[in-house]
Design a protein around this ligand. Structure first.
Ligand SMILES: NC(=O)c1ccc[n+]([C@@H]2O[C@H](COP(=O)([O-])OP(=O)(O)OC[C@H]3O[C@@H](n4cnc5c(N)ncnc54)[C@H](O)[C@@H]3O)[C@@H](O)[C@H]2O)c1
Length: 349
Protein backbone atom coordinates (compact mmCIF):
# COMPACT_ATOMS: atom_id res chain seq x y z
CA UNK A 1 0.00 0.00 0.00
CA UNK A 2 1.27 3.50 -0.87
CA UNK A 3 2.45 5.43 2.21
CA UNK A 4 0.36 8.50 2.96
CA UNK A 5 1.97 11.90 2.45
CA UNK A 6 1.88 13.74 5.75
CA UNK A 7 2.55 17.32 6.80
CA UNK A 8 2.89 18.38 10.43
CA UNK A 9 2.46 22.06 11.31
CA UNK A 10 3.05 23.29 14.85
CA UNK A 11 1.41 26.58 15.81
CA UNK A 12 -1.14 25.71 13.11
CA UNK A 13 -3.74 28.32 14.08
CA UNK A 14 -1.24 31.19 14.22
CA UNK A 15 -0.51 33.53 11.31
CA UNK A 16 2.06 31.44 9.47
CA UNK A 17 0.91 27.98 10.55
CA UNK A 18 -2.68 28.57 9.39
CA UNK A 19 -1.57 29.99 6.03
CA UNK A 20 0.61 26.94 5.48
CA UNK A 21 -2.24 24.54 6.32
CA UNK A 22 -4.53 26.50 4.00
CA UNK A 23 -2.14 26.71 1.05
CA UNK A 24 -0.43 23.32 1.25
CA UNK A 25 -3.19 20.90 2.30
CA UNK A 26 -3.98 19.81 -1.27
CA UNK A 27 -0.47 18.41 -1.65
CA UNK A 28 -0.88 16.02 1.30
CA UNK A 29 -3.10 13.10 2.33
CA UNK A 30 -3.21 14.35 5.92
CA UNK A 31 -2.19 17.62 7.56
CA UNK A 32 -1.76 17.47 11.34
CA UNK A 33 -1.82 20.77 13.20
CA UNK A 34 -0.65 21.25 16.77
CA UNK A 35 -1.93 24.34 18.58
CA UNK A 36 -3.26 24.77 22.11
CA UNK A 37 -4.16 28.47 21.57
CA UNK A 38 -1.48 29.46 24.05
CA UNK A 39 -1.35 32.79 22.20
CA UNK A 40 -4.51 33.74 24.12
CA UNK A 41 -2.64 33.11 27.39
CA UNK A 42 0.25 35.32 26.28
CA UNK A 43 -1.91 38.17 24.96
CA UNK A 44 -5.45 37.74 26.29
CA UNK A 45 -8.60 37.21 24.25
CA UNK A 46 -7.43 39.58 21.45
CA UNK A 47 -4.64 37.13 20.72
CA UNK A 48 -6.94 34.11 20.59
CA UNK A 49 -6.72 31.96 17.47
CA UNK A 50 -9.90 29.95 18.13
CA UNK A 51 -11.76 31.38 15.09
CA UNK A 52 -8.95 30.27 12.80
CA UNK A 53 -9.03 26.81 14.36
CA UNK A 54 -12.79 26.50 13.65
CA UNK A 55 -12.22 27.74 10.10
CA UNK A 56 -9.53 25.15 9.40
CA UNK A 57 -11.50 22.26 10.91
CA UNK A 58 -14.62 23.23 8.96
CA UNK A 59 -13.01 23.92 5.60
CA UNK A 60 -9.98 21.68 5.28
CA UNK A 61 -11.14 18.11 5.05
CA UNK A 62 -7.75 16.44 5.53
CA UNK A 63 -6.82 18.69 8.50
CA UNK A 64 -6.55 17.03 11.90
CA UNK A 65 -6.29 19.46 14.79
CA UNK A 66 -4.45 18.48 17.98
CA UNK A 67 -4.91 20.67 21.05
CA UNK A 68 -1.50 19.63 22.19
CA UNK A 69 1.09 21.53 24.22
CA UNK A 70 4.24 21.46 22.10
CA UNK A 71 6.35 21.29 25.28
CA UNK A 72 4.75 17.96 26.27
CA UNK A 73 7.73 15.71 25.66
CA UNK A 74 5.98 12.35 25.71
CA UNK A 75 2.96 13.31 23.64
CA UNK A 76 5.09 14.95 20.94
CA UNK A 77 7.38 11.91 20.84
CA UNK A 78 4.42 9.50 20.55
CA UNK A 79 2.83 11.63 17.84
CA UNK A 80 5.99 11.67 15.70
CA UNK A 81 6.34 7.93 16.22
CA UNK A 82 2.79 7.31 15.04
CA UNK A 83 2.56 9.72 12.07
CA UNK A 84 6.18 9.91 10.81
CA UNK A 85 5.57 13.11 8.82
CA UNK A 86 7.26 13.69 5.47
CA UNK A 87 7.51 17.38 6.19
CA UNK A 88 7.39 19.51 9.33
CA UNK A 89 6.88 23.25 9.77
CA UNK A 90 7.64 24.36 13.31
CA UNK A 91 5.87 27.66 14.00
CA UNK A 92 4.59 27.23 17.57
CA UNK A 93 6.21 29.88 19.73
CA UNK A 94 5.95 32.51 22.36
CA UNK A 95 6.62 35.41 19.96
CA UNK A 96 7.08 38.58 22.02
CA UNK A 97 9.97 40.28 23.87
CA UNK A 98 7.69 41.82 26.48
CA UNK A 99 5.91 38.56 27.27
CA UNK A 100 9.21 36.69 27.50
CA UNK A 101 10.42 39.12 30.17
CA UNK A 102 7.22 38.42 32.13
CA UNK A 103 7.37 34.59 31.81
CA UNK A 104 11.00 33.69 31.02
CA UNK A 105 10.84 30.02 32.04
CA UNK A 106 7.71 29.28 30.01
CA UNK A 107 9.14 31.28 27.09
CA UNK A 108 12.24 29.07 27.08
CA UNK A 109 10.22 25.89 27.49
CA UNK A 110 8.09 26.72 24.45
CA UNK A 111 10.72 28.26 22.17
CA UNK A 112 13.85 26.32 22.98
CA UNK A 113 13.09 23.11 24.86
CA UNK A 114 10.12 22.21 22.63
CA UNK A 115 12.30 22.66 19.56
CA UNK A 116 14.97 20.34 20.97
CA UNK A 117 12.29 17.84 21.94
CA UNK A 118 10.70 17.92 18.49
CA UNK A 119 14.04 17.52 16.71
CA UNK A 120 15.03 14.62 18.95
CA UNK A 121 11.71 12.85 18.36
CA UNK A 122 12.21 13.35 14.59
CA UNK A 123 15.79 12.07 14.71
CA UNK A 124 14.72 8.94 16.53
CA UNK A 125 11.46 8.19 14.71
CA UNK A 126 11.36 10.07 11.42
CA UNK A 127 14.88 11.11 10.48
CA UNK A 128 14.08 11.60 6.83
CA UNK A 129 11.53 14.37 7.49
CA UNK A 130 12.33 17.81 6.08
CA UNK A 131 12.02 20.48 8.77
CA UNK A 132 11.46 24.22 8.61
CA UNK A 133 11.98 26.12 11.84
CA UNK A 134 10.61 29.64 12.06
CA UNK A 135 13.43 31.53 13.68
CA UNK A 136 13.59 35.33 13.82
CA UNK A 137 15.81 38.30 13.01
CA UNK A 138 16.03 38.80 16.79
CA UNK A 139 18.77 36.14 16.79
CA UNK A 140 21.05 39.04 15.74
CA UNK A 141 20.01 40.79 18.96
CA UNK A 142 20.65 44.53 18.91
CA UNK A 143 23.78 44.15 16.75
CA UNK A 144 21.95 45.75 13.79
CA UNK A 145 21.66 48.89 15.95
CA UNK A 146 25.46 49.21 15.94
CA UNK A 147 25.49 49.84 12.17
CA UNK A 148 25.99 53.51 11.26
CA UNK A 149 22.67 55.04 10.25
CA UNK A 150 21.51 58.16 8.51
CA UNK A 151 18.41 59.92 9.71
CA UNK A 152 15.97 60.94 7.03
CA UNK A 153 12.77 62.96 7.34
CA UNK A 154 10.58 59.95 8.07
CA UNK A 155 12.92 57.00 8.46
CA UNK A 156 16.36 55.76 9.35
CA UNK A 157 18.51 54.03 6.76
CA UNK A 158 21.93 52.40 6.62
CA UNK A 159 24.75 54.83 5.95
CA UNK A 160 27.21 52.39 4.38
CA UNK A 161 26.70 51.00 0.89
CA UNK A 162 27.58 47.47 2.02
CA UNK A 163 24.27 47.31 3.90
CA UNK A 164 22.25 48.62 0.97
CA UNK A 165 20.73 45.12 0.53
CA UNK A 166 20.21 44.69 4.27
CA UNK A 167 21.49 42.27 6.90
CA UNK A 168 22.82 38.94 5.67
CA UNK A 169 23.18 35.57 7.40
CA UNK A 170 26.84 36.07 8.35
CA UNK A 171 25.94 38.98 10.62
CA UNK A 172 27.04 38.39 14.22
CA UNK A 173 24.59 36.76 16.61
CA UNK A 174 26.96 37.26 19.51
CA UNK A 175 27.96 39.82 22.14
CA UNK A 176 24.77 41.81 22.13
CA UNK A 177 21.45 42.27 23.87
CA UNK A 178 18.88 39.78 22.61
CA UNK A 179 15.97 39.99 25.08
CA UNK A 180 14.90 36.68 26.61
CA UNK A 181 12.72 36.04 23.56
CA UNK A 182 15.71 36.51 21.24
CA UNK A 183 17.78 34.20 23.44
CA UNK A 184 15.18 31.40 23.49
CA UNK A 185 14.59 31.64 19.71
CA UNK A 186 18.34 31.67 19.06
CA UNK A 187 18.64 28.49 21.16
CA UNK A 188 15.99 26.85 18.97
CA UNK A 189 17.77 28.10 15.83
CA UNK A 190 21.15 26.64 16.90
CA UNK A 191 19.52 23.34 17.88
CA UNK A 192 17.84 22.99 14.48
CA UNK A 193 21.08 23.83 12.67
CA UNK A 194 22.88 21.25 14.79
CA UNK A 195 20.42 18.48 13.99
CA UNK A 196 21.05 19.33 10.36
CA UNK A 197 24.82 19.51 10.52
CA UNK A 198 25.56 16.89 13.17
CA UNK A 199 22.87 14.34 12.31
CA UNK A 200 22.61 15.11 8.60
CA UNK A 201 18.93 16.02 8.71
CA UNK A 202 17.14 18.23 6.19
CA UNK A 203 16.57 21.42 8.16
CA UNK A 204 16.36 25.13 7.61
CA UNK A 205 15.96 28.09 9.96
CA UNK A 206 14.06 31.03 8.55
CA UNK A 207 15.10 34.23 10.29
CA UNK A 208 12.01 36.32 9.71
CA UNK A 209 11.65 40.08 9.56
CA UNK A 210 8.03 41.23 10.03
CA UNK A 211 5.69 38.48 8.85
CA UNK A 212 2.15 39.62 8.34
CA UNK A 213 -1.24 38.85 6.84
CA UNK A 214 -4.95 39.08 7.59
CA UNK A 215 -4.89 35.79 9.55
CA UNK A 216 -2.74 37.37 12.22
CA UNK A 217 -4.37 37.83 15.61
CA UNK A 218 -2.40 41.08 15.89
CA UNK A 219 -1.86 42.63 19.32
CA UNK A 220 0.20 45.56 20.58
CA UNK A 221 3.15 43.34 21.52
CA UNK A 222 3.24 41.32 18.30
CA UNK A 223 2.18 41.92 14.69
CA UNK A 224 3.25 45.48 13.84
CA UNK A 225 1.44 46.25 10.56
CA UNK A 226 -1.63 44.16 11.36
CA UNK A 227 -2.06 45.92 14.70
CA UNK A 228 -1.44 49.35 13.16
CA UNK A 229 -4.17 48.79 10.54
CA UNK A 230 -6.49 47.42 13.25
CA UNK A 231 -5.98 50.56 15.38
CA UNK A 232 -6.63 52.80 12.37
CA UNK A 233 -9.86 51.00 11.40
CA UNK A 234 -11.13 50.81 15.00
CA UNK A 235 -10.14 54.39 15.90
CA UNK A 236 -7.91 53.07 18.66
CA UNK A 237 -4.83 54.94 19.81
CA UNK A 238 -1.46 53.46 18.74
CA UNK A 239 1.64 54.04 20.86
CA UNK A 240 4.94 54.64 19.06
CA UNK A 241 7.82 53.57 21.30
CA UNK A 242 10.94 55.68 20.73
CA UNK A 243 13.24 56.36 17.72
CA UNK A 244 10.86 59.19 16.69
CA UNK A 245 8.71 56.65 14.83
CA UNK A 246 11.45 56.39 12.21
CA UNK A 247 12.30 52.76 13.00
CA UNK A 248 12.21 50.58 9.90
CA UNK A 249 10.88 47.03 9.48
CA UNK A 250 10.72 44.91 6.35
CA UNK A 251 7.37 43.25 5.83
CA UNK A 252 6.46 40.06 4.06
CA UNK A 253 3.03 38.61 3.36
CA UNK A 254 2.32 35.15 4.80
CA UNK A 255 1.52 33.91 1.24
CA UNK A 256 5.04 34.78 0.10
CA UNK A 257 6.34 32.80 3.08
CA UNK A 258 4.15 29.85 2.11
CA UNK A 259 5.55 29.89 -1.43
CA UNK A 260 9.02 29.48 -0.01
CA UNK A 261 7.91 26.63 2.28
CA UNK A 262 6.60 24.73 -0.78
CA UNK A 263 9.88 25.20 -2.62
CA UNK A 264 11.99 24.10 0.32
CA UNK A 265 10.06 20.86 0.61
CA UNK A 266 10.56 20.28 -3.11
CA UNK A 267 14.30 20.95 -2.88
CA UNK A 268 15.28 20.49 0.79
CA UNK A 269 18.78 21.29 1.99
CA UNK A 270 20.74 20.41 5.12
CA UNK A 271 21.37 22.83 8.02
CA UNK A 272 20.52 25.98 6.11
CA UNK A 273 19.70 29.40 7.47
CA UNK A 274 18.00 32.15 5.53
CA UNK A 275 16.98 35.67 6.35
CA UNK A 276 13.46 36.13 5.04
CA UNK A 277 11.47 39.35 5.07
CA UNK A 278 10.18 41.89 2.63
CA UNK A 279 13.64 43.20 1.76
CA UNK A 280 14.35 46.81 0.91
CA UNK A 281 11.36 47.27 -1.38
CA UNK A 282 8.95 46.23 1.39
CA UNK A 283 10.64 48.19 4.16
CA UNK A 284 8.77 50.97 5.91
CA UNK A 285 9.06 53.11 9.03
CA UNK A 286 6.19 53.55 11.49
CA UNK A 287 5.67 57.17 10.36
CA UNK A 288 5.59 56.11 6.71
CA UNK A 289 3.24 53.22 7.50
CA UNK A 290 0.84 55.55 9.29
CA UNK A 291 0.84 57.88 6.30
CA UNK A 292 0.17 55.06 3.83
CA UNK A 293 -2.61 53.50 5.90
CA UNK A 294 -4.30 56.89 6.37
CA UNK A 295 -4.19 57.44 2.61
CA UNK A 296 -5.75 54.05 1.92
CA UNK A 297 -8.49 54.09 4.56
CA UNK A 298 -9.18 57.82 4.55
CA UNK A 299 -9.10 57.70 8.36
CA UNK A 300 -6.71 59.75 10.47
CA UNK A 301 -4.54 57.64 12.76
CA UNK A 302 -4.82 58.36 16.46
CA UNK A 303 -1.40 57.89 18.01
CA UNK A 304 0.79 58.99 20.84
CA UNK A 305 4.53 59.02 21.24
CA UNK A 306 6.46 57.54 24.17
CA UNK A 307 10.07 58.64 24.06
CA UNK A 308 11.41 55.28 25.26
CA UNK A 309 12.29 52.59 22.73
CA UNK A 310 11.47 48.98 23.55
CA UNK A 311 14.51 47.24 25.01
CA UNK A 312 16.60 45.77 22.17
CA UNK A 313 14.21 46.98 19.47
CA UNK A 314 15.80 47.32 16.03
CA UNK A 315 16.21 50.87 14.73
CA UNK A 316 16.49 49.75 11.12
CA UNK A 317 16.17 46.16 9.99
CA UNK A 318 16.06 45.06 6.36
CA UNK A 319 16.56 41.40 5.41
CA UNK A 320 19.16 40.72 2.76
CA UNK A 321 17.36 38.28 0.48
CA UNK A 322 20.25 37.48 -1.84
CA UNK A 323 21.12 34.08 -0.32
CA UNK A 324 17.58 32.72 -0.30
CA UNK A 325 17.01 33.96 -3.85
CA UNK A 326 20.30 32.43 -5.02
CA UNK A 327 19.44 29.02 -3.55
CA UNK A 328 15.79 29.20 -4.65
CA UNK A 329 15.74 31.31 -7.83
CA UNK A 330 12.07 30.52 -8.43
CA UNK A 331 11.12 32.29 -5.20
CA UNK A 332 10.18 35.95 -5.30
CA UNK A 333 8.20 38.47 -3.29
CA UNK A 334 4.82 38.77 -4.97
CA UNK A 335 3.09 41.04 -2.42
CA UNK A 336 4.28 44.64 -2.45
CA UNK A 337 3.88 46.73 0.66
CA UNK A 338 0.85 48.41 -0.86
CA UNK A 339 -0.76 45.00 -1.65
CA UNK A 340 -0.02 43.78 1.90
CA UNK A 341 -1.76 46.80 3.43
CA UNK A 342 -4.74 46.45 1.05
CA UNK A 343 -5.05 42.81 2.08
CA UNK A 344 -4.86 43.69 5.77
CA UNK A 345 -7.51 46.39 5.38
CA UNK A 346 -9.86 44.07 3.47
CA UNK A 347 -9.25 41.18 5.87
CA UNK A 348 -9.82 43.27 8.98
CA UNK A 349 -12.85 45.29 7.86
N1 LIG B 1 5.02 37.30 12.96
C1 LIG B 1 6.22 37.80 12.87
O1 LIG B 1 6.41 38.97 12.58
C2 LIG B 1 7.43 36.91 13.09
C3 LIG B 1 8.69 37.45 12.85
C4 LIG B 1 9.80 36.63 13.00
C5 LIG B 1 9.67 35.34 13.40
N2 LIG B 1 8.42 34.82 13.64
C6 LIG B 1 8.30 33.42 14.08
O2 LIG B 1 7.48 32.72 13.16
C7 LIG B 1 6.71 31.75 13.87
C8 LIG B 1 5.27 31.92 13.54
O3 LIG B 1 4.89 33.25 13.89
P1 LIG B 1 3.37 33.69 13.90
O4 LIG B 1 3.37 35.14 13.63
O5 LIG B 1 2.57 32.78 13.07
O6 LIG B 1 3.03 33.50 15.43
P2 LIG B 1 1.58 33.26 16.09
O7 LIG B 1 1.70 33.68 17.50
O8 LIG B 1 0.54 33.85 15.23
O9 LIG B 1 1.46 31.66 16.01
C9 LIG B 1 2.11 30.80 16.91
C10 LIG B 1 1.10 29.78 17.37
O10 LIG B 1 1.76 28.89 18.29
C11 LIG B 1 0.80 28.50 19.26
N3 LIG B 1 1.49 28.07 20.47
C12 LIG B 1 2.19 28.83 21.35
N4 LIG B 1 2.63 28.08 22.36
C13 LIG B 1 2.23 26.81 22.11
C14 LIG B 1 2.38 25.57 22.80
N5 LIG B 1 3.03 25.51 23.98
N6 LIG B 1 1.85 24.44 22.27
C15 LIG B 1 1.18 24.51 21.08
N7 LIG B 1 0.98 25.65 20.40
C16 LIG B 1 1.51 26.80 20.90
C17 LIG B 1 0.00 29.77 19.52
O11 LIG B 1 -1.27 29.50 20.10
C18 LIG B 1 -0.09 30.38 18.12
O12 LIG B 1 -1.30 30.04 17.47
C19 LIG B 1 7.03 31.91 15.35
O13 LIG B 1 7.99 30.95 15.69
C20 LIG B 1 7.63 33.30 15.43
O14 LIG B 1 8.57 33.41 16.49
C21 LIG B 1 7.28 35.59 13.49
Amino acid sequence: MKKKKILLVTGSTGLIGSEIVYELNKEYDVVYGIDNNERSKYFGSQGSTSKIKSFLIKNIKNYKHLDLDISNKKKVFDLIDSIKPNNVVHCAAQPSHDTAARIPIRDFEVNAFSTLNLMEALRKKSKNSSVIYFSTNKVYGDNPNKIKLKEKKKRYDYLQKKYRNGINESFSIDNCLHSLFGASKLSGDIIVQEYGRYFDMKTTCLRGGCLTGPNQSGVEQHGFLNYLVKCNLNRKSYTINGYKGKQVRDNIHSKDITNFVKLFFEYPRIAEIYNIGGGRSNSISILEAIELIEKKTGKKMIYNYRNVPRIGDHICYISDLRKIKKHYPKWEIKYSLSAIIDDLINGLM
